[in-house]
Write a protein that binds this ligand. Sequence first.
Ligand code: DAH
Length: 346
Amino acid sequence: MATAQHDGLLQKAQRLEEQALRELKALSNAQLCEEFRVKYLGRKGQLAQLLDELKTLPPERRAEAGRALNALKETLTTELERRLDSFAHAEREARLRAEALDITLPGRRQKLGSLHLITQVTKELEDIFVRLGFEVVTGPEVETDYYNFEALNIPKDHPARDDWDSFYLDGFEDLLLRTHTSPAQVRVMQQRRPPVKVVVPGKCFRRDATDATHSMVFHQIEMLWVDKGISFAHLKGTIFAFIEEFYGKGFEARFVGDYFPFTEPSLQVHVRRKGSELRTHHGGRWLEILGAGMVDPAVLQEVDYDPEEYTGFALGLGVERMAMLKYGVDDIRTFYQNDMRFLEAF
Ligand code: DAH
């Protein structure tokens, strides 16, 4: 009887092992593993029930049966752990696969910005002037009334001030946004003795009404060449040289008399596309691109240059105007609207 019980317990253990191992193989996730653990290895699980039955065995059989059940517990625990490990491993593999970087994929390109057309044209002109022997210098955008007007032979109440409607700084009756780059002429001559041969690029500001060829903020390049024996021939030669260099052979230029307080004589230069006189009124238009002249003796005296010894010529060109003609831009306002299609075209 005792033996039969013993054998029965071992058989149950054997069946339990087979069934448990079969189930274990079929488990598909960690949650099911936990259910398996409770069912077989839990405090009220099937193995615990078999252990309970040990009490019913005669004492001399208990040890052997107990070892068998312990071995079974060991087996199921190990196999369950292995199964859990394999899930953890698979999960990690899946995560790594999902997170994997394909370093052979082409990178995403950052969009490169480009230089604004006005900047490009300024640089292009600067290059031409440097080749003609001029040095590039700069001056302040906020100027004093003295440099912007007085020193340029435009005293207070001079009617020519009407040509430069100005933005004065609130609370400073002497400070304004420069209306042209000409004040830099005076600053440079104060600091140097002749020969002076410079160009000054920069922003200018005028309280003008805005239209297709006028903007309240625009760019000029000032040119000044003062030395012994500088004549109108230098002015003419330099201007025609850089206009041809910048525009190529397809354009023509003309000089038109003008008046500026700081030059004598004074003139404007107009440029148009060659052959455009044959076109309609609008297409054949001359565009004024610069003002120029021989530096007035009063300006030279202001900086202690002897007008008997030194002469010079000066000019101020409109960068937007020059760009409009070369690149066929009809309206100056297009430069400042930041329309990407316009900006990217250049
Ligand atoms: N400063 C003038 C203007 O903005 C342009 C100009 C004319 C500059 C004659 C010069 C010059 O240097 O000689 O209207």
